[in-house]
Design a protein around this ligand. Structure first.
Ligand code: C2O
Ligand code: CU
Length: 552
């Protein structure tokens, strides 16, 4: 591994591989029909490139960056190149393993070439985006080292903070942990008309937890960022067996099932993050890109948070919350006028303590920074005095209808999805991930709405253990229409329940122990096979993921 490897041109890959696999939507569709390995020469199967507004090349590479003083940290990251479009599209902060931040407008046609320069297969999922099945990054489209995958889609989503990350089966947790993740920010006319803070007053914040070894290297189970994983032996799937379970023993095996919790919190790739801000309104877009950890975010002085958006964009109107729960993959958009604090104030965004987080249940030592512990996330120093009054956000943010459950074809019979654990394998209704196909329950009709209920009843919990899950549905945004909690969990649930923001569009919802969450989903535009799964990535990698099929 060397720094220069990441800078290699596609041409070099051509030579290495003698060809570039282009899997356009067409080629991918052919592959699903049972002709995998079909290779199409560059340019052969692509749609005409004339209508493309934005063209980006993302190379997934191994690299080294400075995170802590001393040795550089080996990371996996996306190196980006803008081939077409305005320079404002790409924001690649040098030295940061994350990113790039991609900024596009609703309606733009975007082409993104993923070039895999990692030692193992990968694929990108555009989390929260409404795209055709072959553009969605299902693990069946994963490409081998040296291959290229061409994404070509029109951005139909409303303005909002979406993101992207790898999605190869059994390896998503590791690849995200080693650094592969970036924001995909969409703007539109409705949002632009509001005059929300922009430029340096629009602050995307990616929150992650990591553990570092003595040599400043990420510690992810027993895998290292500079090693290709050995092949799984098939007994428990690649997520269970890939790399190092032999040496790790019982603790490793349990962590592989339960969760990976780092003991340092990083914001935009920086531990102990702090930032100088001006005493004026800002937009803070927070993404929890952690593998397992859930945050209970609040200002240190108890000031309420002003929430203006969720996963799928702006709310109808701003909301005040004493704290906000942010589970893995969730986003929240905050409005904050730093002018409300005196100049020189050090304002800390903290995670408060809560109950019901991921824990090891005494089967192995608890992590140094347990899920649900209190800790600082980000320190902001307010520079200079405010010029005038504290500015509130626009009171009407967006046209957002109340969800109408009567739209659902199963309004009186919600589909039930039990989050289950059996024989050391996660599942949904007792079934683990299968690459192809979906059950009748998981088959829906294009153009309809349905109500689903995720149940975290804990009945089948591993040796009586209960833990939260962060349920994500691909390909769409849904609305949360109800939550209920079993009596014996209500006390611990009280420590989190005021922090749910269920008022807007969501693609991920936290389901606490003992909780049931009902969502209303609409299946529009694109038929095909999509995923729904837990975004606590070891859960996803070890079976808490299934396909659902949208039938035309
Ligand atoms: Cu962000 Cu299938 O996940
Ligand atoms: Cu889970």
């Amino acid at each position: 591994m060397s720094d220069s490897k990441g800078k290699s041109e596609p041409v070099r890959i051509d030579r290495q591989r003698r060809r570039v696999l282009i899997r356009s939507a067409t080629a991918a569709a052919v592959a699903t029909l049972g002709l995998p390995g079909l290779s199409v020469r560059a340019g052969g199967e692509e749609r005409a490139s004339s209508g493309i507004d934005v063209h980006i090349e993302l190379h997934a590479v191994q690299d080294r960056v400075v995170i802590h003083p001393g040795a550089k940290t080996r990371v996996w990251r996306y190196q980006s190149k803008l081939l077409r479009g305005d320079a404002s599209v790409l924001d690649a902060t040098a030295g940061n393993y994350l990113g790039p931040v991609i900024r596009v407008r609703r309606g733009q046609r975007v082409r993104i070439d993923l070039v895999n320069e990692l030692p193992e297969s990968t694929i990108i999922h555009w989390h929260g985006l409404h795209v055709p099945e072959a553009m969605d990054g299902h693990p069946r489209y994963a490409i081998a080292p040296g291959e290229r995958y061409v994404y070509d889609f029109t951005v139909l989503n409303r303005a909002g903070s979406y993101w992207f990350h790898p999605h190869p089966h059994g390896r998503t947790g590791k690849q995200v942990y080693f650094g592969l993740a970036g924001l995909f920010l969409v703007s539109d006319d409705e949002e632009a008309a509001l005059g929300l803070p922009t430029g340096r007053h629009d602050l995307p914040m990616v929150i992650q937890d990591r553990s570092f070894g003595d040599d400043n290297q990420f510690v992810y189970l027993s895998e290292r960022s500079d090693r290709a994983a050995p092949r799984g032996n098939g007994m428990m799937g690649p997520g269970m067996m890939g790399g190092g379970m032999m040496g790790g023993g019982m603790g490793q095996m349990m962590a592989r099932m339960i969760g990976v919790l780092g003991d340092q919190v990083l914001v935009n790739g920086q531990p102990g993050a702090n930032l100088d801000v001006e005493p004026r309104p800002h937009r803070l877009r927070l993404l929890n890109a952690s593998n397992t950890r859930t945050y209970k975010l609040a200002w240190h002085d108890g000031s309420p948070l002003t929430v203006i958006g969720t996963d799928g964009g702006l709310l109808a109107a701003p909301l005040q919350r004493d704290y906000v729960m942010l589970a893995p993959a969730e986003r929240v958009d905050l409005w904050v006028d730093f002018g409300r604090w005196p100049a020189g104030t050090k304002l800390t965004l903290r995670s408060l303590s809560f109950e019901g987080g991921t824990h090891m249940g005494g089967m192995m030592s608890e992590p140094a920074l347990p899920d649900g512990a209190a800790f600082p996330v980000l320190e902001l120093r307010i520079q200079g005095d405010a010029k005038g009054n504290v500015v509130a956000p626009p009171q009407r943010l967006s046209k957002l209808q109340r969800p109408d459950s009567r739209a659902a074809v199963n309004v009186n019979h919600p589909k039930v999805f039990d989050l289950t654990m059996g024989m050391m394998v996660w599942g949904i209704n007792g079934q683990s991930f299968e690459m192809q196909g979906a059950s009748p329950l998981e088959t829906v009709k294009l153009g309809t709405h349905e109500i689903w209920e995720f149940r975290n009843d804990g009945r089948t919990g591993m040796m009586g253990m209960t833990m939260p899950h962060s349920m994500h549905v691909h390909g769409l945004q849904f609305r949360v229409i109800g939550r209920s909690v079993a009596a014996e969990f209500s006390r611990q649930h009280d420590t989190v329940k005021a922090g749910f923001v269920d008022e807007g569009w969501k693609d991920t919802a936290l389901v606490m122990p003992g909780e049931r969450v009902r969502i209303l989903l609409g299946f529009a535009d694109y038929p095909g096979l999509f995923l729904y799964h837990c975004h606590m990535l070891v859960h996803e990698d070890s079976g808490l993921m299934r396909n659902y099929l949208i039938k035309a």
